[in-house]
Design a binder for this molecule. Structure first.
Ligand SMILES: *[C@@H]1O[C@H](CO)[C@@H](O)[C@H](O)[C@H]1NC(C)=O
Ligand SMILES: *[C@@H]1O[C@H](CO)[C@@H](O)[C@H](O)[C@H]1NC(C)=O
Ligand SMILES: *[C@@H]1O[C@H](CO)[C@@H](O)[C@H](O)[C@H]1NC(C)=O
Ligand SMILES: *[C@@H]1O[C@H](CO)[C@@H](O)[C@H](O)[C@H]1NC(C)=O
Ligand SMILES: CC(=O)N[C@H]1CO[C@H](CO)[C@@H](O)[C@@H]1O
Length: 213
C-alpha cells in the first residue's frame, strides 16, 4: 500500500514542479489587430496593401513559453481571411490552425473574431500570417516566444535580439500578381525590390525607397 501512496506523492510533487516551471508563471496576453487596406509609397510608387494596424510587416507578438494569447482580429478591409499561427500546435483549439490544420470560417469584412492561441512547449521565433493566397504577402508578422520566466535559453543568453523579416516588394497590386500566377500556374514575376522589415534600403535609386521610409 505504501508504494501507490508514494507514487501519488511523486506525481503531486511532479505536477507542482511543472506548475512552478511553466503553468503557474504562464501569462495571458491580449492583442488587437485592425486589418485594412493601407497605402505605402516606395520606389516613387504608391501601392495599396492589406495590412494589420497600417503596418508592414504587422505588429510583433512577443510572449513566453506556455503563455496564452488572445488576438481580437477586426476585419476593416475588403476581403475575408483567416490568420494562421504558423508553427503553433493547437490540438485543443479547433478555431486556430497549426500543423494540425483545421479549416476555419474566414473573418468577413466588417466583423471581428478572437483567436485563442494556447502555447505549450513552442519556443523561438515563429510567425503569423493570413490565409489565403495573396493576403499572407502583407498580413504577417513575427511571433516571438521567449523562455518561461524561470527558464534559461537553450543557448548562452543573448545580450539583445532583433527580429529580421525579409520580404518581396511589388510596385503593383499584390493580389493581381498572385491571382495571375494561380490562373496561369506559373510562378509570380520577380519582385521590384526586396525589403528588410518593410524597408527597401537606399540602393534602389528612388528617395522613397530610402531606409528610413
Ligand atoms: C493596433 O491598433 C490599435 C488601435 O490603434 C491599438 O489599440 C492596438 O494596441 C494595436 N495593436 C498592436 C498589436 O499594436
Ligand atoms: C490609397 O490611394 C488610393 C489612390 O490614390 C486612394 O484612392 C485611397 O483612398 C487611398 N487609401 C487610403 C487608405 O489612404
Ligand atoms: C469583437 O470585438 C469586441 C470589441 O473589441 C469584443 O467585445 C468581442 O468579443 C469581439 N467578438 C469576437 C467574436 O471576437
Ligand atoms: C509604378 O508602378 C507601375 C506598375 O508597376 C509602373 O508601371 C510605373 O512605371 C511605376 N512608376 C514609377 C515612377 O516607378
Ligand atoms: C515568476 C516566478 O516564479 N519567479 C521566481 C523566479 O525565481 C526566483 C528565484 O528563485 C523567484 O524569486 C521568483 O519568484
Amino acid at each position: 500500500m505504501g508504494l501507490p501512496k508514494h507514487g501519488f506523492v511523486s506525481w503531486l510533487v511532479g505536477v507542482l514542479f511543472l506548475c512552478t516551471l511553466l503553468l503557474c508563471v504562464a501569462d495571458i496576453h491580449y492583442y488587437e489587430f485592425f486589418v485594412r487596406e493601407s497605402n505605402f509609397t516606395k520606389l516613387c510608387n504608391t501601392t495599396t496593401l492589406l495590412v494589420v494596424n497600417d503596418s508592414y510587416p504587422g505588429p510583433e507578438i512577443r510572449v513566453r513559453r506556455g503563455d496564452t494569447v488572445y488576438v481580437n482580429v477586426h476585419n476593416q478591409g475588403n476581403y475575408a481571411f483567416t490568420i494562421h499561427w504558423h508553427g503553433v500546435r493547437q490540438p485543443r483549439n479547433p478555431w486556430s490552425d497549426g500543423p494540425e490544420y483545421v479549416t476555419q470560417c474566414p473573418i468577413e469584412p466588417g466583423t471581428n473574431f478572437t483567436y485563442e492561441v494556447i502555447l505549450s512547449d513552442e519556443i523561438g521565433t515563429l510567425w503569423w500570417h493570413a490565409h489565403s493566397d495573396w493576403t499572407r504577402g502583407s498580413v504577417q508578422g513575427a511571433f516571438v516566444i521567449l523562455p518561461a520566466e524561470n527558464e534559461t535559453y537553450p543557448f548562452p543568453t543573448p545580450d539583445a535580439d532583433q527580429t529580421i523579416i525579409l520580404q518581396s516588394w511589388y510596385n503593383e497590386d499584390y493580389k493581381q500578381i498572385i491571382d495571375q500566377a494561380l490562373a496561369t500556374g506559373l510562378a509570380p514575376r520577380q519582385p521590384d525590390a526586396y525589403a528588410i522589415n518593410g524597408h527597401l534600403g537606399d540602393t534602389y535609386g528612388c528617395p522613397n525607397g530610402a531606409f528610413w521610409h
